[in-house]
Design a protein around this ligand. Structure first.
Ligand code: FMN
Length: 366
């Protein structure tokens, strides 16, 4: 396995990665009052020791009053939280890993399984948490300007603390995605519009502000999903031409990596080609891309919500796609939650030792 495409280094601007394995961002609720603890630092360090090339942190809240909906989700502003993150990145570097924080604003989405005391104050483009379902407040243009500044400030802090790159969470129905989606963006000002390109203005302005804050050489990843938590069948861009019109301006604004979220990486994005979402994003923009979705496991994310366990499975199909250059990097979620040494075991060809994933393991921070 050592000779396989998965274990070839890659350089993207100032980012130097030893291999193509990325830890997918995963919210863990183990940071009381928004401050990552030493246990959180040890959890990330363990994955770096286990051979992951690039770790992307769980979503971490930018400096807006309702950026996240739970006090145990980490923040990415304020002295204590940033000191917690400094310990995280120092530990990851000591283990030879590289890391990005995933900067997050939830918009009008709250996790139904958690008590959200801030629900009525959640801010979003048009005050919708789902099509036709109102929640929270509509952002003014000055709220939007402050939010763009808060993303940029988070990115500047990431660079100052020593993180290797930054990811913006533009997927899964959270704030940036709420601007993209016509069902949650009914604005009639410059941040709304009939076309996806018009509704991408907010994201493009965030990316441009982040680029100004971090300089040319610091890598910016943008995570996107066609699917929505409220409806997995939604496709913001139903054709390659629509995808091109969506991603082109975002690439021009300064995105270096498109992190293309799917639940099953092998599913073709459009009829007539077996390229997946990351494959199309790479082909259309020429940018580096990350694929994700059920890598190394025998079921998808929805199985976790149903309380089902997942067993290890072959990654041959993934390797074949990586070898032919469909995408550059591969994010692994639940398989890395269940097994901190997933990457090292794959590298050593120890498939029989892989542990799979049990949703009950979410109760602890192994
Ligand atoms: C416990 C858990 C928490 C997650 N939290 C986030 C998050 O904070 N940000 C994000 O972009 N995706 C989040 N995801 C989605 C994962 O990054 C990933 O896309 C998804 O789990 C599919 O990958 P997998 O099949 O390898 O698990 C989360 C997934 C899990 C399992």
């Amino acid at each position: 396995m050592e000779q396989s495409a998965l274990f070839q280094p890659i350089a993207i601007k100032s980012l130097r990665l030893p291999n193509r394995i990325v830890m997918a961002p995963m919210t863990r609720y183990f940071s009381p009052n928004g401050v990552p603890t030493p246990d959180v630092a040890a959890y990330y360090r363990r994955r770096a020791e286990g051979g992951v090339g690039l770790l992307i942190s769980e979503g971490t809240g930018i400096d807006r009053p309702t950026a996240v909906y739970d006090p145990d989700i980490p923040l990415f502003h304020g002295e204590s939280a940033l000191a917690g993150w400094k310990a995280v990145i120092d530990g990851v570097h000591a283990a030879g890993g590289r890391m990005a924080p995933q900067l997050w604003h939830v918009g009008a989405m709250a996790d139904p399984a958690r008590t959200c005391t801030c629900a009525s104050r959640l801010e979003s483009p048009s005050g919708f948490t789902a099509p036709g379902k109102k929640l929270g407040v509509i952002m003014t243009e000055s709220d939007i300007a402050d939010t763009i500044r808060a993303f940029a400030a988070g990115a500047a802090d990431a660079k100052r603390l020593g993180f290797d790159c930054v990811e913006l969470h533009g997927a899964h129905s959270y704030l940036i995605d709420q601007f993209f989606w016509e069902a949650t963006n009914h604005r009639t000002d410059a941040y709304g519009g009939a076309t996806l390109s018009e509704r991408s203005r907010f994201a493009a302005e965030v990316v441009r502000a982040v680029r100004r804050a971090v300089g040319e050489d610091f890598v910016i990843s943008l995570r996107l999903s066609q699917w929505k938590q409220q409806d997995f069948t939604v496709k913001l861009a139903p054709t390659p031409a629509a995808l091109d019109a969506w991603l082109g301006p975002l690439a021009d604004a300064g995105v270096d990596i498109f992190h293309c979220s799917q639940r099953r990486f092998w599913e073709p994005e459009f009829e007539g080609s077996d390229l997946n979402f990351a494959g199309w994003a790479r082909k259309l923009t020429g940018k580096r891309t990350i694929t994700v979705g059920s890598v190394g496991l025998d079921n998808d994310l929805l199985a976790m919500f149903a309380g089902e366990s997942s067993r290890p499975t072959s990654i041959q199909n993934l390797l074949a796609r990586l070898e032919r250059g469909e995408f550059d990097l591969v994010a692994v979620g639940r398989a890395l939650l269940g097994d901190a040494h997933w990457a090292a075991k794959i590298r050593a060809g120890r498939a029989q030792d892989l542990r799979g994933f049990d949703p009950q393991s979410l109760a602890t921070l192994y």
